[in-house]
Design a binder for this molecule. Sequence first.
Ligand code: HEM
Length: 498
Amino acid sequence: MTRSQIEYDDTQGLVRFGFGALTEACYVLARVRSVAAARSWLHLAPVTSAVELDQAPATALQVAFTAPGLAALGVAPSVIAGFSHEFVSGMTEPSRSRRLGDVGSDAPAQWEWGTSTTVPHLVVMFFAKAQRLEGLMKDLMGSGWNEAFDELQRLHTGDLEGHEPFGFRDGISQPEIDWEQSYEPLGPHVTYGNRVALGEFLLGYRNEYGKYTDRPLIDADAASEGLPSAEDAPNKKDVGRNGTYFVLRQLRQDVRGFWQFIVNQAGGNFAQAEMIGAAMVGRGANGDPLAAIQAEKIAGIEQEPEVIARNQFTFDADALGVRCPIGAHIRRTNPRNTDYVGRPDALKRLIAMLGFGQNGLRDDLTSSVRFHRILRRGREYGPGLSPQDALAPAPPGEAERGLHFACLNANISRQFEFLQNAWTMNSKFSALTGENDPVVGNRQAITGCPVTGRFTIPASGRLRRRMSGLPPFVTVRGGAYFFLPGLRALRYFTGAMR
Ligand code: HEM
């Protein structure tokens, strides 16, 4: 597929851009009040596509729907049933909560939004350059909005200039989408690459297995005529094409608790505390990785010097985690492994295929990361707080701060949920014991593992450091699975194709 054939014009911009230059944003969670008014507002909404303009736009608008939201808009149950089970059953289905680690103080019963009557039907995302957000929202919500929707929440976002609230640079590593579909995902991958098949992020295209992810395929009729045909079933219309799932979770961060805990662990030595914090994340506060930058090029890492200096690394040369702890947040969420970890030659691969020569438990859970990538699109919220100021006690009534974690993926269970469950919440990740993700872990006991609050920093030639009693630093405050449709599908949902 050549660049001109890429369907940027039918894809919402958020898939291609993080809208980083639009530093102000607000996510409005709403429920449909009147179907007719909602359809008409959505039909007129100037939703931003992924087409690159000569000049970056000053504002952008994106919309995404939950399964109850599609039903509320009048989309037929048979069409909704064609979406993935995770999307249809929702983020708070009880067994899913257990798997996501949404238990105890993270349980949906404690959430501010996202359960029973507070499940949103849709999220409308407004993005704008500095000082432009209020005007944008006023303009777009002026006519018809109040008749169309009941607002549940406005999720305001902040701008900590590229840092998340704990103070670490964020948004550095992202997979590169193979928009041109020029790369061949099939066959064993023996070297780590950052490029990922288009079908991992957009429905209607081949994914890393060379297959098409399930999505609603419907018969052509007057209502669906304007939809694209399915690549794998040309006589059907593809409701999913150029759409993707948008996972949104409001994660409150206890910034004071984070710094107070690690400064205490460091015996009051701030420089040492910063090193512990970096070990927990896997990068220093400025974003530099603890792993060594390698000379060999990683496919799909852009050639800009800053990107190379921050992303051209794997953990292959650091099997014991001496430079970057095995349990560090970025090593858990992207172990940068291949299908045949550490087996570059054919004989070793054959031995591995036959089930011999496994490197303990380590390889089992961390190989083939190419099936488990997500595109992160989160934004922070709440006032900034420097690590030094975080050492003081909280003033009464202090405002909450955290991350509106957001990611895009075509297969929620294989991508977001796998990262969350098998990698961040798993206290046996990569043969570790008794620890879950030091940054986002919930510290809840799980079957067979009553302790999850440790963190180990391996060392070479001296004793490793093992901390215990890590409190949870992140609490889930709300969340939902949305579908971010292609623009033709959006018109279909609003009945505008008739
Ligand atoms: C409040 C919660 C969180 C904080 C403070 C946080 C912080 C960070 C930071 C500082 C980085 C390094 C910057 C970068 O590589 O771009 C990072 C990377 C990353 N995080 Fe998180 N994160 C949070 C939640 C999550 C969750 C819930 C997930 C997924 C389940 C996740 C997945 C990732 C991934 C995939 C990367 C990139 C790893 C790589 O490719 O090297 N994060 N995060």
